[in-house]
Design a protein around this ligand. Structure first.
Ligand code: DOR
Ligand code: ZN
Length: 347
């Protein structure tokens, strides 16, 4: 496939994306909805989506923006220590929630309502296991004595392994796997999968730290890590391994919250070029024939959802990614903005 000049693949889905609210939602959703059939939309809003009422309300806002498009949003419930279990169970049964998302408390953007102790969600996990619905995990342990680069490893050892052992049939998705330790955990455990972002396969900590400072536009949670981690992630994605699938974690923040504050928000906005970034990575790894497995097959299979019918075309064509996404008062720096890519989706 080395000299391929165009790819025809089953339409992708994005199993982890942030579509936000208000004007931000209006401007970012179009990038995801014109490529994907389905998106798993993260519930970490300022008021996190912790019950069916908030879920219906959010889905209604999204449907106003995506009316007339063939585009489905799937929403996991944001788990909290004091979840209304009756409401949770019913909402899962009615497909208002696709599963549930575990944010450890204070691990990332809008996670202050997250879980302080995993014992607090055991009843919710039982329900998920019983209904065959997945647990989506932000896998980082935040504690003062734990180095930011080791958070994924500690979470796996001290929290996730306990969940894994206690609920053997529970489907677990370790989201935005960022380390070789994480890929090993996914590979070694049954009913366990992982999503991989383009940025964790393109950046290392050298791209994050520069000149005694950090590049806020390369700052995300989990943080990008070593070359050896990047290589492990590429190996898992590009080999066709069924346990790994697309999840861009495209997470827009206004430039104000990136460049002009000491409280820099983590998140990388890749939606304007995420499918092309994945194509670029698979091309570099001589694995274009496996791209479709990663973007369009492994995800629905793990979620037990139908594989999409439509096809998309990605052609070999140089183009420069727009530097910013701008709308009303919003200005977001696009990941890879101003840089050249060799693949482009053709509509
Ligand atoms: O970098 C990140 N940004 N990681 C997350 O887990 C959340 C996300 C966000 O919402 O901005
Ligand atoms: Zn995310």
């Amino acid at each position: 496939m080395k000299n391929k000049t165009f790819l025809k693949i089953i339409q992708p889905d994005d199993w982890h994306v942030h579509l936000r609210e208000g004007d931000m939602m209006k401007v970012v959703t179009k990038f995801s909805s014109r490529i994907n059939n389905r998106c798993v939309v993260m519930p970490n809003l300022e008021t996190p989506i912790t019950n069916s009422y908030l879920a219906r309300q959010y889905k209604e806002h999204l449907s106003l923006i995506t009316a007339g498009l063939n585009f489905t949003t799937l929403l996991p419930c944001y788990l909290i220590d004091s979840l209304d279990l009756e409401d949770f169970k019913l909402a899962l049964k009615e497909d208002i929630f696709v599963g549930a998302k575990l944010y450890p408390i204070n691990a990332t953007t809008n996670s202050s309502f997250g879980i302080s102790k995993i014992d607090n969600i055991f009843s919710a996990l039982e329900i998920l296991e019983e209904l065959g619905k997945p647990l989506l995990v932000h896998g980082e342990k935040v504690r003062e004595d734990i180095n930011i680069f080791d958070r994924e490893k500690y979470f796996i050892d001290e929290e996730l392994q306990i969940i894994r052992n206690r609920y053997p049939s529970l489907k677990i998705i370790l989201e935005h796997v960022s380390s070789e330790y994480g890929t090993d955990f996914v590979n070694e455990n049954k009913n366990t999968a992982g999503t991989i972002t383009p940025h964790h396969m393109m950046l290392t900590k050298k791209d994050f730290f520069y000149e005694n400072s950090i590049n806020p536009h390369h700052y995300c949670m989990p943080v990008v890590k070593e070359e050896s981690d990047l290589i492990a992630l590429r190996r898992c994605a590009c080999s066709g391994n069924k346990k790994f699938f697309i999840g861009s974690d495209s997470a827009p923040h206004d430039i104000v919250n990136k460049e002009t504050t000491s409280d820099i928000k983590p998140g990388i906005f890749s939606a304007p070029c995420s499918i092309e970034l994945y194509a670029e990575i698979f091309n570099q790894e001589n694995a274009l024939e496996k791209l479709e497995n990663f973007t369009s097959i492994n995800g629905p299979e793990f979620y037990n959802l139908p594989i999409n019918q439509d096809k998309i075309y990605i052609v070999k064509k140089e183009w420069i990614v727009e530097e910013f996404t701008i709308f009303n008062d919003i200005k977001v720096k696009n990941f890879y903005g101003g840089e050249k890519l060799k693949w482009k989706i053709e509509f």
